[in-house]
Write a protein that binds this ligand. Structure first.
Ligand SMILES: Cc1cc2nc3c(=O)[nH]c(=O)nc-3n(C[C@H](O)[C@H](O)[C@H](O)COP(=O)(O)OP(=O)(O)OC[C@H]3O[C@@H](n4cnc5c(N)ncnc54)[C@H](O)[C@@H]3O)c2cc1C
Length: 517
């Protein structure tokens, strides 16, 4: 760590002298190797995929803590110097801002070295982990210890982790796919350095911390997700017992407008738990993008022509919409539920059912089958070869699970994206009554005109959807203010009241979800 020179980037409102003094104290606490201020060391923390320059989200430093006590001491030092801290766990929030802070100059608190698996209880099927634990690490632990439990992970699985993903209210594809619903108990370092244990965690000698979510009195875990009220240093969550039989399947639909019938046919099966997992409806563009570069079918610029998409559908057996779902249980349970699903499809007169036996090892079925059992795969990173240039922003509005709503959202998203020359690369991830409509706005970050177009396009998506009562469940660090506005002034005021109460100096991740003191 160089303490003598003036740092390239400073946190807003902090003098160079104070910054250097704070870094010296942090180096004394953590060791000089765990306080990074040199450009070369900060390079991996600057790399973003969104439509804003790396500079506008550049951190001034990164500090790495190994223990809860170190995290407590870090916030106390930062409080004294008013240094803003942006916390990451495994730091792979790709397409939502990556590891970089919401605002230029914030110091990243990287918790990847806090990576202990504290407990996996094979009887209660629960886990308690530190923030740096990756899904791969946890998977290896389960395999090495012969524990028959399954994870639920997002598509970047291996390289991401349960704490960061759950804190941003991410999703996976198993029956445990709504990750925050399966979270149970947290340890949080508050801005004043106190340590809070949520749920049953504050009760002396309790053994129910990972068994009962709600504790007593106001339920607090939610306020530490997608927020900047504390730093999570431990998280508990539930794991799924490995079922005796696992049966993934796909359903192929031929027309864009079939999304209406897909939702109407499958919603009752999801609500009745006949289909128990967070199933996915992926469009042709998503399927193609995840598995091949666009240049194989189209060498031009702008929106991919329909003729190319028709060829892709014909050559690769991909539908306009492709449903991925799975059954879990005994052979008898799986057989009964599969027959119900087959019957519902026959009655609807649409959709071709594809079993694992038929699909074999072909992509994208193979990676979807892995995701729906919580296995590791990075196949979805293929999306970035589709257009090239490394730009990606997830536009993720929530839709109620009704056919008419999905048609509306599909048409609106397509119209706005196409107007700016971008493809509608989309999937719906199905919750119980809602669907996360996930659109990947893919663009070339090396082309200034495309960067600008992508930025305007994303802003228009947010505002036009907002006018119709649709809001995103999560957003990248470039648009947090706009997304927060959609949720109304009273929500914003309450967010701020909590912020002022819990972090009066506003040192924890200012700007996260649009929240500041
Ligand atoms: C191809 C591709 C596919 C993807 N698919 C999915 C998907 O299926 N589902 C999905 O949910 N996401 C998906 N993502 C988005 C993202 O990569 C994942 O959500 C990933 O899990 C987030 O990164 P992380 O787990 O390393 O969390 P982190 O980056 O460590 O954390 C995420 C955010 O949470 C906050 N935070 C982190 N740690 C703490 C802490 N200890 N205390 C307080 N706040 C904290 C910070 O604001 C941080 O920015 C995808 C991305 C790509 C590129």
């Amino acid at each position: 760590m160089a303490t003598e020179t003036v740092p390239a980037v400073l946190p807003a409102g902090v003098s160079a002298a104070d910054f250097r003094a704070a870094m010296s104290e942090l180096a004394a606490l953590l060791g000089a190797d765990d306080v990074l201020t040199e450009a070369a060391d900060l390079a991996p923390y600057r790399k973003i995929m969104i439509s804003e320059s790396d500079d506008s989200h550049a951190p001034s430093a990164t500090v790495l803590a190994r223990t809860v006590e170190e995290v407590q001491a870090v916030v106390r030092i930062c409080n004294r110097y008013r240094i803003p801290l942006w916390t990451i766990s495994t730091g792979k929030n790709l397409g939502y801002g990556s590891a970089a802070p919401a605002e230029r100059g914030q110091v990243i608190l990287d918790l990847k070295q806090m990576n202990r698996i504290i407990e996996v209880d094979p009887v209660m099927c629960t886990a308690l982990v530190e923030p740096g634990v990756t899904y791969q690490q946890l998977k290896d632990y389960l395999v090495e210890n012969d524990i028959p439990l399954w994870l639920s992970c997002p598509a970047p699985s291996a390289i991401a982790g349960p704490v960061g993903n759950t804190l941003d209210r991410g999703v996976g594809y198993t029956p445990y796919g709504e990750h925050f619903m399966m979270q149970c108990g947290m340890e949080v370092v508050l801005a004043d350095g106190d340590v809070l244990r949520t749920g049953m965690g504050g009760v002396e000698n309790s053994n129910t911390w990972q068994a009962f979510k709600w504790g007593y009195g106001p339920y607090l875990d939610g306020i530490f997700t997608q927020s900047n009220y504390g730093i999570c240093t431990k998280m508990g969550f539930w794991l799924m017992p490995q079922p005796p039989v696992y049966k993934p399947f796909a359903i192929r639909y031929e027309d864009d407008d079939d999304i209406h019938d897909i939702v109407e046919t499958l919603r009752p099966l999801r609500l009745a738990n006949v289909i128990p997992n967070a199933m996915v409806f992926a469009n042709v563009m998503w399927e193609a993008a995840a598995t091949m570069p666009r240049s194989r079918y189209y060498e031009g610029t702008g929106v991919t022509p329909d003729s190319a998409l028709e060829q892709i559908k014909a050559n690769h057996g991909i539908g306009a919409w492709n449903v991925y779902a799975a059954l879990y249980g005994t052979q008898e349970q799986v057989d009964v539920n599969f027959a119900i699903i087959r019957g519902a499809l026959e009655a609807s007169g649409k959709g071709r059912l594809i079993t694992e036996e038929e699909a074999g090892d072909t992509e994208p079925f193979a990676y979807r089958a892995k995701l729906m059992r919580g296995d590791m795969t990075l196949q979805e990173f293929g999306l970035y070869r589709w257009r090239g240039g490394g730009g990606s922003m997830w536009f993720a509005p929530v839709a109620v699970a009704k056919g008419s709503e999905t048609i509306n959202q599909m048409n609106l998203a397509k119209e706005i994206l196409n107007k700016y020359g971008f493809d509608y690369v989309a999937e719906f991830v199905v919750g119980m009554r809602d669907m996360h409509h996930i659109v990947d706005l893919l663009f070339n970050r090396n082309d200034p005109a495309e960067m600008e177009a992508a930025h305007q396009c994303f802003g228009e998506l947010l505002s036009e959807f907002g006018k119709r009562g649709y809001a995103v469940y999560r957003v990248n660090t470039g648009f947090m203010e706009e997304a927060a506005e959609l949720y109304g002034p009273v929500k914003r005021r309450v967010d701020q009241v909590l912020k002022r109460a819990l972090d009066p100096n506003g040192i924890l991740a200012p700007g996260k979800s649009g929240i500041r003191i």
